[in-house]
Write a protein of this length. Structure first.
Length: 652
């Protein structure tokens, strides 16, 4: 394909999803200043990053995610998102014109203004064994560059101090580090698991970058106060944002007033001078939807707040849209003159001028075979692979995980198909002319066919897979996750004080600090104020409200009810122990699944198993193999895979 030139964008057809990683890598290798790929959303950006890790392992890849909150929200972006953004911006500020680089971002990210490169230049701290950087210097850097001190380090941008141990999670790394000091001298740097907190390998050094796009120093505070008053007039007494920033305290959602903390903002294109721009398929529709969303959020903030809720109205002065976001006309202006390609998954209608074709097309989908009774999808897969190899194609089977790859290989052997498992990048596979069929972990939604290469994804073979692995666990219905789930008059249960009635959210001055608290009313008009950060001590009362008597603070009624219930639970537990012991002493048949047949049966299920589902399946199979009567209850919401667990057990 031809390298894009400045002028009108070139439509590049024949680039289905998955093949875009190949195309981006090819463009970056021939570019003088790298490639900027603007994806429709975070999913597409992540998919492109996965494909580039395979097709472009020789290239530097930088991802710049968008804030994970709505425009004009009351909450801040998550700390790990801010950390990843700043780490990427620091890399670009340090070396803006590096060749052989692919920068991945999204429409939401590129249409939002950012601080200039000068904010991140020279802000990187190198820490190494024997480098002379002491504990005091590292701690001062963390404090001055917006790292959050916590008890336990779990996410990028956090640190914890425990005696001579300093835990820190640098934004540029995938795992946190544990620094061991003797006095001010660094003795060791070890990687540790944020879940188990156990250390593993040692390293010689690492780099620290700032976290967050706002430095809350005196100059930034002064700029904010001046700009805020100029736009919105004198701040009222209930303007918590203005009061917090004036006192030098960070406030949730303060990032939505980013322009007031800086002398000026720039765009991501200022960080990528000379980069060729590659626009994702449907870029125009997605960018138009983003502009509409931003305007809608701005208008919603300007409208009157609905009355009758359980919350005090707090002022929210929204910045004009053009202060933080790039509009349609401004985008046209700043992108003019940049060489640009617009990707399209379908074949281009011609190959001249502003239209080119990369030669790719969507791969074979085996849905028709799966729908026909009596046909086996793996027999059809074998025929398809044999035809592609006969045409001189290299074939890659792309699995979503190592476990699914190994399971797929085992089933294919039963159908006389032998593939070589690998984790090597594309360049090494291409250099091996002896092997024509590979199986690799490559998380792409659909396969594709391109000159010399056929990629078949696991979804092509087995159908759409619903990804729920690692998804956030569902909360119980009576668990209160946030104050917005409560309305005035709702009954709640405090774990120490019993049943009360939620009245409203209030702001209290305590020791010179303002705190948001939930006001709970009890019997005899007793009042309890629960800080919102301690909302986990409350749960929703599940029964109907009629004839419910509230507890009163300091009374013995609630504690007596809890004591009676604990005694009843102990009695039930004793009875269950007797039954379990009798069952454990009984004997039964052993059931062990047949390996290949069981694996092929499992591949027919259309969904990706969740972590909990896999655990339930393993536990059930272990029970069946014990040779004792099974006693296991599988619980789950509707549509969460209980039947699949049961079918696997029945097949065994």
């Amino acid at each position: 394909m031809d390298k894009p030139n400045s002028g009108a964008p070139i439509l590049l057809g024949g680039v289905p999803e998955g093949y875009d990683g190949f195309v981006l890598a090819d463009l970056a290798r021939s570019s003088d200043a790298g490639v900027l790929f603007i994806a429709r959303d975070d999913r597409r950006m992540a998919a492109a990053a996965d494909a580039l890790a395979f097709f472009g392992d020789d290239l530097e890849t930088i991802t710049i995610p968008a804030w994970d909150c709505l425009p004009y929200d009351r909450v801040s972006p998550k700390g790990d998102i801010l950390a990843r953004r700043v780490d990427s911006l620091t890399q670009l500020a340090s070396s803006p014109d590096t060749k052989k680089r692919v920068i991945l971002t999204t429409i939401a990210s590129v249409l939002q203004k950012v601080p200039g490169p000068e904010m991140f230049e020279g802000r990187r701290l190198d820490v190494s064994m024997g480098g002379g950087t002491g504990r005091g210097a590292i701690t001062a850097y963390l404090v001055n560059n917006n790292f959050q001190r916590t008890e336990t380090v779990m996410e990028p941008g956090e640190y914890a101090v425990r005696g001579g141990i300093l835990d820190v999670f640098p934004p540029s790394l995938d795992t946190p580090l544990r620094l061991d000091f003797f006095g001010d001298e660094l003795e060791s740097i070890r990687i540790f698991d944020p879940v188990s907190q156990l250390t593993s390998a040692s390293i010689d050094g690492f780099q620290l970058d700032p976290v967050g796009e706002i430095d809350l120093d005196e100059d930034a505070i002064s700029r904010f106060r001046t700009g805020y008053r100029a736009l919105f007039g004198a701040a009222s007494d209930d303007d918590i944002l203005y009061a917090s920033i004036s006192e030098g305290r960070r406030f949730p959602g303060m990032e939505h007033w980013l322009p007031l903390f800086h002398e000026k903002l720039v765009t991501l294109l200022d960080y990528t001078p000379g980069c060729s721009i590659v626009l994702d398929h449907q870029f125009e529709d997605a960018s138009r939807a983003r502009w509409e969303l931003t305007e809608d959020c701005f208008r919603a903030r300007g409208a009157k707040v609905a009355r009758g809720t359980a919350f005090n109205d707090m002022p929210y002065h929204a910045l004009p849209v053009d202060r933080l976001y790039i509009g349609e006309s401004e985008w046209a202006k700043i992108s003019a003159g940049r060489s640009a390609l617009i990707l399209q998954p379908f074949a281009a209608p011609g190959h001249q001028g502003a239209i080119q074709d990369a030669g790719g097309k969507p791969g074979r989908d085996f849905a028709d075979v799966r729908a026909r009774p009596g046909e086996n999808v793996f027999d059809a897969l074998r025929s398809h692979i044999e035809g592609a190899v006969a045409d001189g194609q290299m074939v890659i089977l792309a699995a979503v995980s190592e476990g699914s790859r190994d399971r797929l290989l085992k089933v294919l052997v039963e159908h006389n198909v032998s593939a070589a498992a690998t984790s090597d990048p594309w360049a090494q596979l291409k250099a091996d002319s002896q092997v024509k069929l590979w199986a690799r972990v490559l998380d792409i939604p659909r396969g594709f066919a391109a000159p010399g290469l056929t990629v078949i994804s696991e979804q092509d073979i087995l159908g759409d897979r619903v990804r729920r692995t690692g998804a956030r666990r569902l909360r119980a219905d009576n668990f209160i996750a946030e104050t917005t789930s409560l309305m005035a008059g709702d009954l709640v249960v405090h774990e120490e004080h019993g049943i009360g009635r939620f009245i409203e959210l209030v702001t209290l001055d305590v020791a010179g600090q303002r705190h948001d608290c939930l006001k709970i009313e009890y019997d005899r008009s007793d009042k309890l104020f629960v800080p919102v950060e301690n909302i986990d001590v409350l749960s929703r009362y599940g029964d109907e409200e009629s004839e419910i008597r509230l507890d009163h603070l300091g009374g013995a009624q609630w504690q007596a009810r809890k004591a009676r219930m604990k005694e009843r639970i102990r009695e039930m537990a004793g009875q269950l122990i007797v039954v379990a012991a009798a069952r454990e002493l009984s004997e039964g048949d052993q059931f062990i699944p047949d390996g290949a047949a069981y694996d092929e049966f499992c591949t027919a299920f259309p969904f990706e198993e969740t972590e909990d589902q896999n655990r339930a399946i393993d536990d059930v199979l272990a029970d069946l193999a014990k040779g004792r009567p099974m006693d296991r209850l599988i619980c789950g919401d509707v549509g969460f895979g209980k039947t699949e667990v049961a079918l696997r057990a029945a097949f065994t």
